[in-house]
Design a protein around this ligand. Structure first.
Ligand SMILES: Nc1ncnc2c1ncn2[C@@H]1O[C@H](COP(=O)(O)OP(=O)(O)O)[C@@H](O)[C@H]1O
Ligand SMILES: [Mg+2]
Length: 248
């Protein structure tokens, strides 16, 4: 039989992110190690926006670092976009990290570079088939900073710095954007920058978003909330009723 066109998927796509019994502990100077992420199993559908909530110290940042392969789990498996992330090393690990975007809690902008150069920084070692500066400008415009491309981070507000960090995280067209809650005195209006962008991210880029946040208002604007306590998943909430999140 001759096939004239590729088969059209009719069922729900594979989850973009799957965690199976993931565990991470940190050694303490004395006594038993601290279990920061404890037996977490979870799947997240492609294109969804997921809020990761829980009290301070509940393991939100550690879980994001594990998914982003910034830290290595002690046990369990993590798969992202069909790739087994746990156990990656060397070139494969570097290649994986380039496929995802990470917005750090403290943004980690380079203080001597302009906003534009900060956004381009992840691409500097690589040859690209597009104009890096043009793409960086486009992203800065998308986050509302078209007129601040030449500014140094020190001349930007906390919210504007977060927007630069978001633009930088998007420069590699990631399938997955991981964002840690901003610390300190970002007002809630600034804190929603990523949530404001999420519809255009999903619609234009298909990006899946996982964001740690303290803010119930921000969590409510995501598709789902995943709640952590003492490193364990305690509850899942779905505001839109879509399937795709499993607790195990
Ligand atoms: N590098 C580390 N070394 C030792 N303990 C850590 C480290 N990172 C996180 N922890 C501990 O792991 C637990 C979870 O931390 P974290 O993931 O930062 O929580 P959250 O982001 O929810 O505030 C906390 O008890 C924290 O002190
Ligand atoms: Mg944290």
């Amino acid at each position: 039989m001759r096939r004239t066109s590729p088969p059209v998927p009719v069922t729900a796509p594979e989850p973009l992110v799957s965690l199976d019994r993931v565990r991470k502990s940190f050694p303490l100077p004395d006594g038993a190690p601290l279990v920061a992420v404890n037996d977490v199993s979870l799947s997240l559908a492609a294109g969804s926006a997921v809020a990761l909530t829980g009290p301070s110290g509940s393991g939100k940042s550690t879980l994001l670092h594990l998914i982003g392969a910034i830290e290595r789990s002690d046990a369990g498996t993590i798969d992202v976009a069909g790739q087994r992330v746990t156990g990656l090393s060397g070139r494969a690990l570097a290649a994986y990290r380039r496929r995802i975007g990470f917005v750090f809690q403290r943004f980690h902008l380079l203080p001597t570079l302009t906003a534009l150069d900060n956004v381009m920084a992840p691409l500097i070692p690589f040859r690209t088939d597009f104009d890096k500066a043009a793409r960086a400008r486009e992203l800065l415009a998308m986050v509302g900073l078209a007129d601040r491309t030449a500014a140094l981070p020190s001349r930007l507000s906390g919210g504007q710095q977060q927007r630069v960090a978001i633009a930088r995280a998007l420069i590699n067209r990631p399938v997955l954007l991981l964002a840690d809650e901003p610390t300190g005195n970002l007002d809630s209006q600034n804190g929603t920058a990523i949530v404001d962008l999420r519809l255009s991210l999903r619609d234009e880029h298909g990006t899946t978003l996982v964001m740690a946040t303290h803010d119930p208002g921000i969590a409510a604007r995501c598709d789902r909330t995943v709640h952590l306590r003492d490193g364990r998943l305690t509850s899942l909430d779905s505001t839109d009723g879509e399937p795709g999140v499993r607790v195990g």
